[in-house]
Write a protein that binds this ligand. Sequence first.
Ligand code: XMP
Length: 523
Amino acid sequence: MTAGTAAGAARGFDTVLVVDFGAQYAQLIARRVRECAVYSEIVPSSITAGEVAARRPSGVILSGGPASVHVDGAPSLDPEIYGLGVPVLGICYGAQLIAEQLGGTVGPNERGEYGRAEMTVARDGGGTLLSGLPACQPVWMSHFDAIVDPPPGAAVTASTAASPVAAFEDPGRGLYGVQFHPEVQHTPHGLQVIERFLRRGCGAGPSWSMDSIIDASTASVREQVGEGRAICGLSGGVDSAVAAALVHRAIGDQLKCVLVDTGLLRLGEADQVEETFARHVGIDLVRVDAATEFFSALAGVTEPETKRKIVGEQFIRAFERARHQVPDAGFLVQGTLYPDVIESGATTHSSTIKSHHNVGGLPDDLDFELVEPLRLLFKDEVRAVGAELGLPDEIVHRQPFPGPGLAVRIIGEVTPSAAGTLRQADAIVREELRNAGLEREIWQSFAVLPDIRTVGVMGDERTYGRPVVIRAVTSADAMTADWARLPHDVLEAMSSRVIAEVPGVNRVVYDITSKPPATIEWE
Ligand code: XMP
């Protein structure tokens, strides 16, 4: 199996490289850059000047990070990058690194600076990044060390009580540093600072728009697939739906979609997906009933990663069975997103967190080349592309659903009866959320079936049944999430209906853990 050339989709766009000194910060910066309509990509801090030059970026942004520049083994940057003539903006740790590497000084603060701070812009002007913005403005700080002197030749453009050098710049050399975090919402003018760096500092115009993404992706898919034929598995989630619609736009009838009814989809989902795709997109779709095969392959298996691998493998086997209808299909379309790619450790140092079945868990003997048209996109961009392609709201704004389906929400052995129980409970949770008008503001809401028994009493009878966990989270991109503060009466309605309507369940609990430290799914 070979992966498609994802970077091809971004060819021709002004690109800003975000050097990753701390994954959380880097992703947020990359998203903000794209909000300014400039394509961004995250690269590891080990990137060399030669590798940067080869990408011909319009600019480079060094992210914040948890380390101190003075700690042994603190991540650094190939200093030759500063000599490439590519503008560089350092944020927090990144700004300290520029100062440290180019002859300034960074010292420990007496007590660090965390949270909101009032920043004063230099009286003789805020330079490229800050002029025209309020002379006094709140910014978000999170650092222990602080820049004492900027690199020789750079002007200090702002300060706070605890940071004499809250911002510096040397536009002649294309060097910019901010000690605060412009990427977070708590810095109200932060996006303007990033936009100024992009437009004024790098000369990068707005080019990354939904139209241009669609054009570039369809061109890249056409180039990859040529006269070949592709198949795409629709999982019921928004990602595979948008991937299919995009590839359909590119190659039309050369694409055939396969809807595998795994037995692990949500209630009524297979019918709904089939109906919507036939009606709205006019995609050629074949439905395969593979529940029996999935359940027998999963019998007796309890280890989460093994379950994922089995589901991934069964998907492929089901495709292969469907393939006689497209005997010459050489390409498999997958709705892999940029955060999946990052989490799988494919682009950065970040360690593998789990094998997303659409990235890491496919069997090696697969005889397809992968087409991954969403590989460079964040979720909000995927939804925007879906809407632009004319997909209906019920698909574009549907909550994400994991490829392995209910298998990741049944802890322990995945049996038809467990799937039946969970499907019923899940339908109630989602229906009550919809009734409360909260579906759009909640990132994901679903039921989980843990592998334990609990004692209860129903009528005069003692019961020994299973609990159901309700999980509802708010999130912008699934990288971090918070548990949703659902109104108590909504939780009450979910709980009493699950107990009354789902046989074998005698207790309902609500998960109040954020991500991190937990994940969204239970596995
Ligand atoms: P976690 O549980 O890692 O989930 O916090 C993050 C987001 O990813 C979804 N998810 C998946 N999506 N294939 C997918 O397409 C998968 O294997 C998979 N596993 C988790 C999860 O629902 C959440 O939105």
